[in-house]
Ligand binder design. Structure first.
Ligand code: CA
Ligand code: CA
Ligand code: CA
Ligand code: CA
Length: 323
């Protein structure tokens, strides 16, 4: 019996290790991360002109670590122009003590002192044909330059993208790699954020997902979404929740929604599904989402969901004590 459990756990580990490196991940089906220049109007979909991701390097990995960025520039292909491209974005990689464990690093409000830890490397991009629609690699880093955080089984690197000037939208993606010239996953790696700012697909048939991990102490969830432009619905499912419909926000506003956590959801991931409106079709839709528990802790959106993608199990009683 014990052997069987170990074997199943091993399978989960492998599933995580293969897919945990790209951000956004294949399971999320999110086309782009988004960060606007700080002079942008928030009605374009970014509330705070910064985005923070944390990458975990497993403690047993001893090789080099690269944080790669696809289309790091703001110009040419992929990016969203207002007038002319005049935006600069700054990427900064932090490690060492307090990179993650400092309380301000775990907030979603960038006005606080969230750039804790040791600055390892930084680079600013504007219009840059050399890196338009191409990869740029930060690193190499030694794993031990991250902050050791045993609860997550490894070293944490914090990656901040800030729109330090201009009013255009930066589209980009990350990949944590063993190589500075190719995307080669670090086995067992993963990444998370507390506030996800991203682009929805233009195709209304594409469903994007995020997978917040429900801490065992969570009894209530409060989720907030920003500038959804009334683009369809958000549907939450889990192993025990068939469907929970969350109202989406309109232009340039937040909407919040609370619901109770089922016992069967503790210590597992939820599946937030973003189902777009088919009529009208909303294009270039940039959005922000957060999820907190009743204590005000921000739940983590793991690129590779903890425990795998939750599937509703038919026959399990749905406990639907909702607001
Ligand atoms: Ca570009
Ligand atoms: Ca501009
Ligand atoms: Ca870009
Ligand atoms: Ca929007």
């Amino acid at each position: 019996m014990n052997k069987k459990i170990v074997f199943i756990a091993g399978l989960v580990f492998i599933a995580v290790s293969i897919k945990g490196q790209p951000v956004p991940s294949p399971e999320e089906n999110i086309p782009w991360l988004v960060t606007f220049g700080k002079k942008a109007d928030t009605s374009w979909g970014d509330n705070d002109f910064s985005q923070v991701w944390f990458f975990i390097v497993p403690e047993n990995y001893k090789g080099q670590v690269f944080i790669r960025v696809f289309d790091p520039d703001v110009g040419g292909a992929n990016d969203e122009v207002k007038g002319v491209f005049d935006t600069r974005v700054q990427y900064s990689i932090y490690g060492g003590k307090d990179a993650y464990s400092h309380p301000d690093a775990q907030e979603v409000n960038p006005k606080k002192n969230f750039k804790t830890g040791t600055l390892l490397q930084t680079k600013t991009f504007g219009v840059d044909p050399a890196y338009d629609n191409k990869w740029y690699s930060f690193g190499p880093f030694s794993p031990t330059q991250g902050e050791l955080y045993p609860k997550y089984g490894g070293y944490i690197f914090k990656v901040v993208c800030e729109g330090i000037d201009g009013d255009d939208g930066n589209m980009y993606r990350y990949f944590m790699s063993t190589s500075g010239t190719a995307n080669i996953p670090i086995e067992g790696g993963n990444a998370f954020t507390h506030e996800y700012t991203f682009r929805l697909h233009d195709n209304p048939n594409e469903i994007s997902h995020i997978y917040p991990y429900v801490d065992p102490e969570s009894v209530k969830i409060k989720t907030a979404n920003f500038d959804w432009d009334n683009d369809g619905i958000i549907r939450v499912t889990s192993e025990v929740r068939r469907e929970q419909i969350i109202q989406v926000s309109g232009e340039n506003v937040w909407v919040t929604h609370e619901f109770n956590v089922d016992e069967g959801e503790k210590g597992k991931s939820l599946d937030f599904q973003f189902i777009k409106s088919k009529n009208p079709v909303v294009k270039n839709n940039n959005v922000v989402i957060t999820v907190q528990n009743q204590r005000g802790d921000n739940l983590k959106f793991w690129a590779s969901p903890i425990g795998g993608v939750p599937k509703y199990k038919y026959g399990i009683e749905v406990q639907k004590k909702t607001k």
